[in-house]
Design a protein around this ligand. Structure first.
Ligand code: NAD
Length: 429
């Protein structure tokens, strides 16, 4: 099938590539012409495991191409996916200007029947607004159907998540559009859940908010563990073995960040408020998350006494492991807060140095963990890169001025680290 993806970012680019990989012909559109040029020249603007090879392969096979022209994509394709940003506004509500603009742009070039699929994360009832906008701005009278097909990929494992999803949600009131979506997703080994438009939109916000809730829950349990002498990792294991609970997302640490959870949670709270419901539970989830970084900083202050002029090495800038994405990264916030208190922070991240530098003027970046440790008064682990588990810890200890580690992601084994001569702090144990 001929497909068009509008917005070639983390979601659009990976989705388009995976559709090409299963045999569809995909046109990826982006308004950022520098990004389009880069992609046309074979350079990939984001890091995502496995993505570069797949893009090369599908471009070479003639199934994947990039353009700055929405008209070209809409002309060639039966189905148009929208994957543009839906950033948060000051009051937590979703800024839908990108969605509105794309709806108008599609309307202006729509000449015959198309299925218009929203993949961006949007408030319930946005699909209805997209339909109204297209109707208003389209002059040809062409028919179209609107579908909500929320995306559940995780950055860092996006290709694998898309190729083998847990479920595919398709929200539409049109049988014709639902059948076309079935056809597109036939090669993917996953259950397709057909629902109405509004329910599909709600599934995404309700899912992300629930995952954030699990993280805040285990972080609250971690606080109890710290004062009671229990070990939160053992508690999480014991809880997670119950299939009704599950072990996933019971990972204590300095809290969730990234471009999705914080904004989707704020959005869901605001959407609920606008619909007349005060979602107090989610407000507490947010509060626990915000407290978590403060509780961690308190630990650092209490061990180092004064941060001013202390040389602190930070491992990790990305919002989580396996990605170069630093949007709303707690690691960035942590470095910023320590620098504001006068600490001299040196950092290393396997993939996010360039993007991190832009957000942290004045930070010193070095190309290895060992260099981060050089003469440091303490090391802080801020991102759960698995590579950090296997670092040359003996050499690191020798390189440090005082061998103190604050492990904000509970990546390391406390007993092993103490046996190696480190003063070791982590979360909830
Ligand atoms: P992104 O910023 O990485 O990419 C969006 C792209 O859209 C950018 O390249 C931008 O230039 C382009 N764009 C903006 N306006 C355009 C226009 N008028 N025409 C063509 N291109 C345009 O964003 P993302 O992370 O891919 O997120 C996109 C949506 O998917 C958001 O709603 C987000 O909440 C949702 N989502 C993201 C993830 C994730 O892990 N990143 C997962 C699931 C859902």
């Amino acid at each position: 099938m001929n497909l068009c993806i509008i917005g070639s970012g983390y979601v659009g680019l990976v989705t388009g590539t995976c559709f090409a990989e299963v045999g569809h012909h995909v046109t990826c559109v982006d308004s950022d012409l520098a990004k389009v040029k880069m992609l046309q020249e074979g350079h990939i603007p984001i890091y995502e495991p496995g993505l570069e090879e797949l893009i090369r392969k599908n471009v070479a096979a003639g199934r994947l191409n990039f353009t700055g022209s929405i008209a070209e994509g809409v002309d060639k394709s039966l189905v148009i996916f929208i994957a543009v940003p839906t950033p948060p506004q000051e009051d937590g509500s979703v800024d839908l200007t990108f969605m509105e603009k794309v709806s108008r742009q599609i309307a202006e070039v729509l000449k015959e029947y198309r299925v218009i699929v929203d993949k961006s994360t949007v408030p319930v009832k946005t699909g209805e607004k997209v339909a109204d906008t297209i109707r208003r701005y389209n002059r040809s009278g062409a028919e179209f159907d609107i579908v909500s097909n929320p995306e559940f990929l995780r950055e860092g494992s996006a290709v694998a998540d898309l190729m083998k999803p847990d479920r595919i949600v398709v929200g539409s009131s049109s049988k014709k559009a639902a059948d076309i979506m079935e056809e597109i997703y036939k090669p993917f080994p996953a259950k397709i859940i057909h629902v109405d438009l509004n329910s599909a939109e709600l599934i995404k916000h309700a899912s992300n908010s629930f995952l954030a809730l699990k993280i805040s829950y285990i972080n609250a349990v971690a606080a109890i563990c710290e004062v009671s002498g229990a070990d939160v990792m053992l508690v999480a294991e014991g809880m997670g073995a119950d299939h009704r609970i599950g072990r996933a997302f019971l990972n204590p640490g300095i809290g969730y960040g990234g471009s999705c959870f914080p904004k989707d949670l704020s959005a869901f709270i605001k959407i609920s408020e606008d619909l007349g419901y005060d979602f107090q539970l989610l407000k507490q989830v947010q509060k626990i998350n915000a407290d978590q970084i403060e509780r961690f900083l308190k630990k650092i202050r209490s061990a180092l006494w004064v941060l001013k002029e202390k040389k602190i090495g930070q491992l990790g800038l990305a919002f989580k492991g396996n990605t170069d994405d630093v949007r709303s990264s707690v690691a960035i916030e942590l470095a910023r807060e320590m620098m504001e208190e006068g600490a001299v922070v040196t950092a290393y991240d396997p993939k996010a140095m360039e993007k991190g530098r832009a957000l942290l003027p004045g930070i010193k970046l070095v190309p290895s963990a060992l260099e981060v440790a050089q003469d440091a008064d303490a090391l802080v682990i801020a991102t759960e890169w698995v590579d950090f588990r296997e670092l040359p810890w003996k050499d690191i200890r020798s390189a440090m001025r005082t061998p103190i580690i604050f492990d904000g992601r509970n990546l390391l084994d406390p007993e092993k680290m103490r046996a190696l001569g480190f003063e070791y702090y982590s979360v909830g144990r």
